[in-house]
Design a protein around this ligand. Structure first.
Ligand code: SAH
Ligand code: SF4
Length: 354
């Protein structure tokens, strides 16, 4: 019999299951804390449970199911990137980044592949395989948290910026956020969780109404429809005016500032003129722009903008009162652009170019 993945059960589902086994009501919470607070890997480690219950849990359920398929560490040691194999063979990536000596951020995936097809993105280039379950989304963070705790550290932040479009996998993503945030579990503050979306307008409006304090990032990359259509095909479905309306609605509902992401691609979206158009578009909006020089990928010819262009772009934004930060993609020497490690490993296995 296939064992049920226990991370895929919500607390009420776990309680319902244990009730059918004739267990007292408090057991579910006990198991839950062993799973998400103590982060045990085996049922036998749940030492406050009776032995026969541990044996039955072990017979019918499993804790986690991801195998490490590959791991890369950046040369500065501050970034670890993992390729994880799911029980059905799908490969996903998750990354752990260390900032300022204390902040530990996990970048996790919400889907195997992605259906959105952004031309410059390695995940988009591989297409969509399937949604991840809430348990699979949480498990990526849990693995990092477990290891950090063993080293006396703590996972402080989570960004949903790995493979996949989180708002395309809406329910599992929301359940995963609740689980990450749960005080009886990983206890990561909502303000320390960031969701990045390519711009699925109805889902952004729905997300605005969830009453969450999670940070929202919007992948913008272009400030006119003609240019955004070329890079992000989702723009043809929900053009800029609709996207910005949804963003305004989000800001009104939540009172929270939004971040716009902009991958700077040489000669494509990095001119002062384009920065000026962006500045005009965002004037008066409670927002911040993250400028990220493009991480080159196999399936797209674009190159990152050089530092002088980046500086000029930033200055033009500033002239419109729009604040921005230049981010160097972490661990560029380890293919830490999402989707890139999987592309790399798959290519090498299939005997393609080296
Ligand atoms: N699907 C979501 C989240 C995952 S992608 C989204 O698109 O927002 C996380 C971020 O990485 C997005 O801003 C995305 O546009 C950006 N990105 C993807 N490929 C990139 C690349 N090759 N170089 C720089 N940024 C990239
Ligand atoms: Fe999907 Fe985001 Fe990549 Fe676009 S950038 S293909 S939405 S993962």
């Amino acid at each position: 019999m296939e064992k049920t993945p226990i991370y895929d059960l919500s607390l009420p589902e776990l309680a319902a299951l244990l009730a059918t086994w004739g267990q007292p009501a408090y057991r579910a919470r006990q198991v839950w804390e062993w799973l998400y607070q103590h982060k045990v890997e085996y049922f036998d480690a749940m030492t406050t449970l009776p032995k026969d219950l541990r044996a039955r849990l072990d017979a019918e359920l499993r804790i986690g199911g991801m195998e490490l398929a590959a791991e890369l560490r950046s040369s500065d040691g501050h970034t670890v990137k993992r390729l994880l194999r799911l029980p059905d063979g799908q490969l996903i990536e998750s990354v752990l980044m260390e900032y300022d000596g204390h902040r530990r951020t996990a970048c996790i995936s919400t889907q195997a592949g992605c259906a959105m097809g952004c031309v410059f993105c390695a995940t988009g280039q591989m297409g969509f395989a399937r949604h991840l379950t809430a348990g699979e989304i949480v498990e990526q963070a849990l693995i990092f948290a477990r290891q950090l705790e063993a080293e006396g550290e703590r996972l402080s932040n989570v960004v949903l910026m790995g493979m996949g479009e989180p708002l395309h996998n809406y329910d599992a993503t929301l359940e995963a956020i609740a689980r990450l945030n749960d005080e009886a579990g990983l206890n990561i503050g909502q303000r320390h969780i960031t969701l990045s979306t390519v711009g699925l307008v109805p889902a952004i409006r729905r997300f605005a109404e969830e009453g969450l304090q999670v940070k929202l990032a919007i992948s913008l990359h272009a400030a006119t429809d003609a240019e955004r259509d070329r890079l992000l095909s989702v723009n043809k479905r929900w053009p800029l005016a609709e996207l910005l309306d949804a963003v305004r609605y989000y800001i009104d509902q939540t009172g929270r500032r939004v971040t716009f992401e902009w991958a700077l691609i040489a000669g494509e979206n990095d001119t002062v003129e384009q920065a000026t158009t962006l500045g005009r578009l965002l004037t008066g909006l409670m927002c911040h722009v993250n400028l990220i020089p493009l991480n080159p990928t196999e399936g797209y010819a674009g190159r990152p903008s050089d530092p002088a262009r980046v500086k000029a772009f930033q200055a033009a934004l500033k002239a419109h009162g729009v604040s921005s930060t230049v981010r160097v993609r972490r661990g560029i020497d380890i293919q830490a652009g999402c989707g890139q490690l999987k592309s790399d490993v798959t290519r090498k296995r299939s005997g393609g170019d080296s």
